[in-house]
Write a new protein. Structure first.
Lengths: 179, 95
């Protein structure tokens, strides 16, 4: 009798245990699925992005099978509004973030370069993301560098953080520099 | 990130579209206002507009260094100060 009770208890334990195993398995499978959705598959959990538009955003306009994205020049409901044609894009409009308007962050189109000793470099507006970084000498300024045909150029991180993009040209090579 | 700006012999100026996808900016070309996105690490691809499907190649991903380090490696380094027209406008402004 005692043995049967033990067996019964074991069976109950077993059931609990199998449910646990099943849960672990389900978790593992869904984690793998999430991972598979992430490009590169490095992220373990799906990332939450800030400022996602969502499908009912006024910044998305669908008309005659075409999709347009608000680009600025007046609110999305105003006749002055400008729109990007986003028809057929491999990205879902609803999954885009922010939409602050075209050129609200102004790329640098006519870059001016100075010698690495120029004192004006120390007076650049600090990066909004690294306000505590205040270089005391030019050599402490954080930059990314690019060399093309022996011409070395450095792009201060503070400028890239404010402008995001530089339309540059080294010799006859037209480049964009950004994050 | 450093990318080219030339497709089919034509040089583009790019601007910041105001949209972001998975925390990366979409840019636009000033001529056609097509939107471009780095669908993979090797290029920007026009995802919509009249240029859809065209690509501009990835060139380099330089690390963030100090200007001192950059200068040690390349003594002739010149440094970006900003937009030429904006610097000149600030210079003209009465103090």
């Amino acid at each position: 009798m005692a043995r049967i009770t033990v067996l019964k208890r074991n069976r109950q334990d077993c059931r609990g245990f199998s449910i646990l195993i099943l849960m672990v398995f389900v978790c593992a499978v869904s984690a793998t699925a999430c991972e598979a959705q992430q490009p590169g598959g490095k992220e373990q959990t799906p990332k939450k992005y800030r400022g996602v538009l969502g499908s009912d955003s006024k910044k998305i306009r669908k008309e005659d099978g075409k999709t347009f994205l608000w680009a600025g020049g007046g609110s999305p409901t105003s006749p002055d509004a400008r729109w990007y044609d986003f028809t057929g894009a491999p990205i879902l409009a609803a999954e885009l973030q922010f939409g602050i308007g075209k050129d609200r962050i102004r790329a640098i189109d006519d870059p001016a370069f100075v010698s690495a000793d120029d004192p004006r470099l120390l007076k650049l507006r600090p990066s909004p993301y690294r306000r505590d970084e205040r270089p005391k000498t030019n050599d402490e300024i954080m930059v990314i560098g690019h060399v093309y045909e022996d011409q070395a150029r450095a792009y201060p991180v503070a400028l890239l953080d404010h402008h995001e993009l530089v339309n540059d040209k080294i010799g006859d090579k037209a480049l964009t520099v950004g994050w | 990130m450093v990318h080219g700006r030339e497709t089919k012999g034509q040089v583009d100026q790019f601007g910041v579209s105001g949209y972001v996808y998975k925390n990366t900016f979409l840019i636009f070309d000033r001529k056609t206002e097509s939107l471009w996105y780095p669908l993979d690490d090797t290029k920007w691809t026009a995802v919509s507009g009249s240029r859809k499907g065209e690509t501009i190649p990835f060139i380099a991903k330089p690390p963030v260094v100090t200007l001192g380090e950059s200068r040690n490696r390349h003594p002739n380094t010149v440094v970006l100060l900003g937009s030429k027209s904006r610097i000149e406008a600030e210079h003209r402004r009465p103090k």
